[in-house]
Design a protein around this ligand. Sequence first.
Ligand code: ADP
Length: 689
Amino acid sequence: MSPLPLIRPWNWRRALLWAALTVLLLVAQTLLVALTLRYEAARGQERVDQVAVEVAARLKQITDRDLQGLQGLLWDDPQLDQGPRWAQDASLLLRRTRPILRLEYRNAQRLVARSTDSPYVSPIYLQASREEMEIETQLACAAALRQGSQQFSRSYFIVLAGGEGLEVVDLCLPQLHTGQPPNFVVATLALRYLLEEAVAEDLAREAEFSFVESDGTRLARAGLTRGAGFYLAERLVDVSGLTLQLKVDSAAGQPKLIPNLTTALVLGLSLALFVLVYLLARDGRRRAFAEHALAEALAFRHAMENSLVTGLRARDMAGTITYVNPAFCSMVGFKAEELLGQAAPPYWPPEFVDSYRRRHMSRSARWNAGEDPRQGFETVFMRAGGERFPVLIFEAPLLDAQGQQTGWMSAVLDVSDQRRVEELSRQQQDRLQATARLATVGEMASLLSHELNQPLAAIASYSAASLNLLKLEAADPETPELVRQAITRIAEQAERAGRVIKSVHDFVRRRDQSRETIAVDQLIDAVLPLVRLQARKSGTRIELDLPQPMPRVRCDRTMVEQVLLNLTRNAIQAMDGDMPLDARVLTLRARQTAASWVSIAVLDRGPGISPEVAKQLYTPFFTTRAEGMGLGLSLCRTVIEQHGGALDFFSREDGPGTEFRFTLAAAASPAKPEAAQRLSTDDVAGEST
Ligand code: ADP
């Protein structure tokens, strides 16, 4: 048996699948990381845009509120004895609105009539003089006059005390009174404070906010000192006519690979875990199905084994019993526990243990040599009570899933009933044969009486002659010698008559079949007197052709003698009729054909057997003779086959005639040569009477 290849073709396919799966996982993982990075970037940008929108809206709110406050101031006219009130309102407004640094009331010539500074910062025109910064204010007021509504100046930078500076814008609101030249309220707003107010505390920690000019010059800044420069939002904010460019620079920097990789890994692993759990669940379900199927198959196997009437037995390579089914246990009468693990099981009759062991070993050796010893063999087992019984065993090698032999599996059949039936049928056959023998004997009875008459008549005449001699004078000296000769003849004839009667007796007597070892010439000698009786009647010569050393056979003597009688009788009858007397020759021939076989043939010179007759020759009750029963040949064949031999017929090659030949098992050694080869012609006429 060849060992299994370590790498099967499907393993390569599996490896390829795993490689493809790994590549797919890597691609998926990379994509996941890239997508997460993009998503984070989009979120960051979205957030900064949203913050910019919020701050822009807040800026609008603040300027609207401030404008409203300033417009309230327009109602006060300090030139109409309302000076103190204006100052009061202006201070109030300045306290409320931090971005406004200074409020001025200007007359129609746009000269500062009154001014108030914010309480939150030191007055802005301590360092720098107001006149230097007038131009932008004047331009704004001129425009406000022209437009008839408030106007912002362009932004300009003022230096504060301490070297600090601020970018500011002036808002000029005209006070329009019908028929009079307008006065003006001018508010100076610090862009930085405006922005700081617009940026809520939480937003201030998120980004750097600045107002920039189109060339990028920063005008004011709030929030963080410095943004990360990655997420930027720029927005134009129009607050009551003042257009400012708001720039938001988020503190959040470029999305980092490592945290995203971790996220992606966690995600990927979770996904893989989910897939694994799913596969496991599916595998578990399949396993459950397979287990269920296996349990059913097992239950079916158990049911089948229990319902079997055939005994099953498994043995390992050492011959130890590994399994027995209930039928086997009930057959041998031992429990499974008493048998399992036994190398010499209790059902082996003690006298055969050694031979059974040897047989098992030789069967194993034959299997290893490549021979298939699967055919059945018959052996004897012993029941728990000690009773021996015949069993028929079919044994086959037990192979595991890899094809390796692990032991032997045997199916064991108890054939004791079968043997009993065979015995019964054999006995019936015997009885039938006995009936046939009786019929044959009946047929021969007349012949027998004739044959017996001859010796008896001879005996009678020798006796009478002896008596007469004894009555004669004793003077005759030859009398005792003559009487002795006559009595010798009487004894011979009596012995001959006795032999005839004994052979008939042996023939008719029905005996139980018993095998004995016997030399072939002894068999022939036993039937010869009767054969001679028949032969003499038809004038047939008998020839014996026997080998040397004389072969010995094992047989039931009486049965084989009966076969010989039947065949010789048929041969003699075949030569009856028109045949010339000198052509009637019956030959009895024996040969050792092989070491273990002996053949015995009966040859005649009769007309032979036609094909029509040949077809039915062995059919019981088939006969071509008016007085025949047609049982002879069928019985002969049965007897020979019971002995393990075969009965056949052939046309003679050396002339007309038929040869009936049967074989018998030879006994172990041929008989010791007792006499030279017998090749004789037994002439019937030569026999003394
Ligand atoms: P029976 O002798 O009662 O007829 P057998 O069974 O002995 O029954 O023989 C059957 C038939 O076979 C015979 O009737 C005969 O026709 C034929 N037969 C048997 N032996 C020979 C033989 N030696 N030569 C020719 N025919 C034979």
